[in-house]
Ligand binder design. Structure first.
Ligand code: SF4
Ligand code: SF4
Length: 384
């Protein structure tokens, strides 16, 4: 794979978005000084969304969600597991009176048809709606995770009118999973991790998905949630780089330059973040953005897992390395300790019992420069 974890690896990566691909239009209820919104259609679904949508995972203030909807954001994303099950309830209450014009998605991590359909009923009830626009099979990492019975659950839900479109999400394993998703000829929307640390490594797979008419939603677009928390507790230099004005905006703009990404779902916890995210649609890419992201990339390289999947299966103790690094990121990048722990506790008991400190040396080699054993040990320290 042609990946260079250095500045050039991403500076050359992002593709300019053809003008025909996006449409600028006035926001509903547009007012003087209101942000200029851009729109895209999610694959063949016909769902029109703003290119910056709203990831509700770590939002606790419903007024931010309400204002986002009033400003013109159309798509709101949540999941059954977010907020210990409470996020859907908050999102539902915030959007209930606006539901008709919105695109709401949720997700299930259940592994059987029956459990997934039970999750769906709970999601509908908590979100106070009779249907989801997109229902994702969440956090898949390999082709074998695309189970017939889970797709069957989505078919049943569609027939019952409880979902409009079938989705699938992945954090890692893009190279194998995305082609398998296309091959399944079942999914309408893919939600995938995508940010500047990944450079152009998955552009070919994204094109495959896009060309199949599947809508693509980008997540993890800020490479770890740099503004929510001062990223990982490394050096003062790292913290100050990631908190530089414009760093978050630059990372958002980078993702939006890729023509295969229809929309992104960054987290937003307050009005300032909402306002900043909205400007990403009209704030054009500058040379200074490249420089800033290059600095960020240099700083986060030892800590941030790009979820490339190259280390899958190389820990002799069976640790799912990229998953554990992601759980630590939830705690230290997003400030969501309980979310990280919740995921960690779903790992098999024998996996949770492993301690990196018991290894003489770490067998996992990360080609992207992540200090794997340090970060996995941190996850164990936090959650075990
Ligand atoms: S630890 Fe490194 S090799 Fe493993 S998934 Fe993350 S970036 Fe890829
Ligand atoms: S140090 Fe941790 S990640 Fe590395 S081989 Fe040992 S258990 Fe696996």
């Amino acid at each position: 794979m042609n990946f260079e974890p250095s500045r050039r690896g991403f500076l050359a990566a992002s593709l300019a978005l053809p003008a025909s691909q996006i449409k600028a239009a006035p926001a509903p209820q547009a007012q003087k000084g209101a942000p200029k919104l851009e729109y895209a259609t999610l694959g063949k679904t016909g769902l029109k969304v703003t290119r910056v949508s709203f990831g509700c995972m770590i939002t606790s203030d419903p007024s931010v969600i309400e204002r986002a909807a009033d400003t013109g954001i159309i798509h709101f994303d949540t999941a059954r597991v977010y907020g210990g099950g409470n996020n859907e309830r908050m999102v539902g209450a915030a959007l209930k009176s606006r539901r008709k014009n919105l695109v709401i998605s949720s997700k299930t991590i259940s592994q059987t048809k029956e459990a997934a359909l039970r999750d769906l009923e709970t999601s509908l009830s908590e979100l106070q709606t009779d249907h989801l626009d997109i229902w994702y099979l969440h956090s898949k990492r390999a082709p074998e995770d695309i189970k017939d019975e889970l797709m069957e659950a989505q078919r049943i839900a569609k027939q019952q009118g409880k979902i409009r479109f079938a989705g699938i999400s992945n954090h890692a394993g893009h190279k194998e999973l995305l082609p398998a998703i296309v091959k399944a000829k079942h999914f309408d929307v893919v939600l995938t991790s995508y940010n500047f640390t990944m450079g152009k490594t998955i552009d070919a797979e994204l094109k495959l998905v896009h060309d199949a008419g599947i809508g693509i939603v980008g997540m993890k677009v800020m490479a770890g949630g740099g503004r929510v928390m001062p990223f990982y507790p490394t050096t003062e230099e790292t913290r100050s780089t990631l908190k530089k004005p414009g760093a978050v905006l630059a990372s958002l703009k980078w993702t939006l330059r890729n023509p295969y990404i229809d929309t992104v779902i960054p987290s937003m916890v307050d009005m300032d973040q909402l306002d900043e995210n909205l400007t990403a649609m009209s704030n054009r890419w500058h040379a200074s953005d490249e420089k800033l992201l290059a600095e960020c990339l240099d700083q986060i390289t030892p800590s941030y897992c790009r979820m490339c999947g190259k280390c899958e299966g190389t820990c002799p103790n069976g640790l799912p390395v990229s998953d554990m690094l992601r759980f630590a990121m939830y705690a230290e990048g997003y400030g969501q300790f309980s979310l990280g722990r919740e995921h960690f506790l779903q790992l098999p008991e024998q996996v949770r019992a492993v301690r990196c400190g018991d290894c003489e040396s770490c067998a996992v080699k990360c080609p992207n420069g992540v200090r794997v054993s340090d970060r996995v040990a941190r996850a164990q320290e936090l959650f075990a």
